[in-house]
Design a protein around this ligand. Structure first.
Ligand code: M6R
Length: 364
């Protein structure tokens, strides 16, 4: 039932404050400011590498998590899409922790990748939304994102749930290997627990996002840029737009622009930039200046401090709530989802059932 919403996707976007509160509630004991619950069954002590495998949007969630495992736990990460990983001769060791991310738990390539590593690594973790799924059944440990049923083919609340689970898991890894002390654990746990409220605030940007969407409907090509933890978010934003609006969209790490894609830029190519204020901000802004100099129409998505530092650069600015830099993908992803949704609605495409796509891809 879509309730008051025109599409399941819209409903699911708006469910995120609740679904996020549910998953963080299962991972964090707020009274104590500690990780808890399901994470207790996973032990990273002695683990030397994380292997992260998924497809599509789940892969982009895993791509964000790579930054977190490096940052919180100082662990090397082997990251790949399942359809490549399963056919590679990647060396696997018994001190590898293998993590598979899948909303449905039925994606054929991801399931095959699970079977490929089973018995050859320390443990197989399944980060899923469907605990009775094939991938969950074959894993050593199941971690549920608790997003509730996701009907829209374009993943939204499952993606954000995957981010939540993976952020807490990376923090657990840092704790298990002695890198994250009690104070750091509490400060991150408290910051994570505040995310449902910040996501809800971000949702109130919808009317402004709609205005930006109106400027993108007639575009043939679009570019999404981000740096650091927001680079994979830019890839996900591009995927979301292309799958439901059929507009060609590419996501790039902002620093890669000058190595080729900048050749595409002219006034007909909307450029969407995700940037949070912080050490990488200036670098991203100088990339933005490069595209503006080539006539691009830029929308900058940043936080209040970034808005001040950016001094009105670009054609549009969307200001998301301030949040710790590592956790910025949570608020930026909401804007990315709303943007794709409203462009698709304005184009009149079948938002919940886009052409050629299935909710769960059970062919290889
Ligand atoms: O069920 P899964 O998470 O394994 O699905 C993976 C992809 O097929 C899925 O994320 C797909 O990319 C979505 N349509 C993205 O919105």
């Amino acid at each position: 039932d879509k309730g008051e919403h025109k599409h399941f996707m819209h409903k699911e976007i708006h469910e995120q404050p609740a679904s996020l509160a549910r998953v963080f509630g299962s991972l964090i004991d707020l009274q104590k400011g500690r990780l808890s619950g399901d994470l207790d069954k996973v032990d990273f002590s002695g683990v030397r590498r994380v292997v992260l495998v998924a497809c599509g949007t789940a892969y982009y969630a895993a791509s964000v998590a790579k930054y977190w495992f490096e940052e919180f736990a100082d662990l090397p990460v082997e990251l790949d899409v399942a359809s490549e990983f399963r056919y590679r001769s990647t060396p696997l060791r018994d001190d590898d922790m293998a993590i598979f991310v899948s909303q449905s738990g039925e994606t054929a390539d991801t399931l095959a990748a699970v079977r490929h590593v089973k018995g050859r690594v320390r443990a197989v973790l399944a980060v899923v939304n469907v605990p009775t799924s094939s991938i969950a059944r074959e894993a050593d440990h199941v971690l549920e994102i608790l997003a509730g049923p996701e009907i829209g083919v374009a993943s939204t609340k499952a993606y954000v749930g995957q981010l939540a689970l993976l952020a807490a898991l990376a923090l657990k890894a840092g704790k298990d290997n002695g890198l994250v002390g009690t104070d750091a654990e509490t400060s991150l746990a408290v910051a994570m627990a505040a995310l449902p409220r910040l996501v809800s605030e971000t949702l109130s940007l919808e009317p402004m996002v709609q205005q930006v969407a109106a400027t993108m409907v007639s575009a043939r090509d679009t570019l999404f840029l981000g740096r650091g933890v927001l680079a994979p978010l830019a890839f996900e934003a591009a995927l979301k737009l292309k799958e439901i609006s059929y507009i060609h969209a590419e996501g790039y790490a902002a620093g890669e622009l000058k190595h080729g894609p900048i050749a595409l830029i002219d006034e007909h190519v909307p450029v969407i930039v995700f940037a949070s204020s912080g050490p990488l901000f200036e670098k991203t802004i100088s990339n933005v200046q490069e595209v503006i100099a080539r006539g691009a129409r830029v929308t900058l998505i940043t936080d209040p401090q970034g808005a001040v530092l950016a001094k009105g650069i670009g054609d549009h600015m969307l200001i998301v709530p301030a949040v710790r830099e590592e956790l910025a993908p949570f608020v930026h992803s909401i804007v990315a989802q709303l943007l794709a949704y409203h462009v698709a609605v304005l184009k009149g495409t079948d938002v919940d059932q886009p052409r050629n796509l299935a909710k769960s891809v059970t062919v290889e």
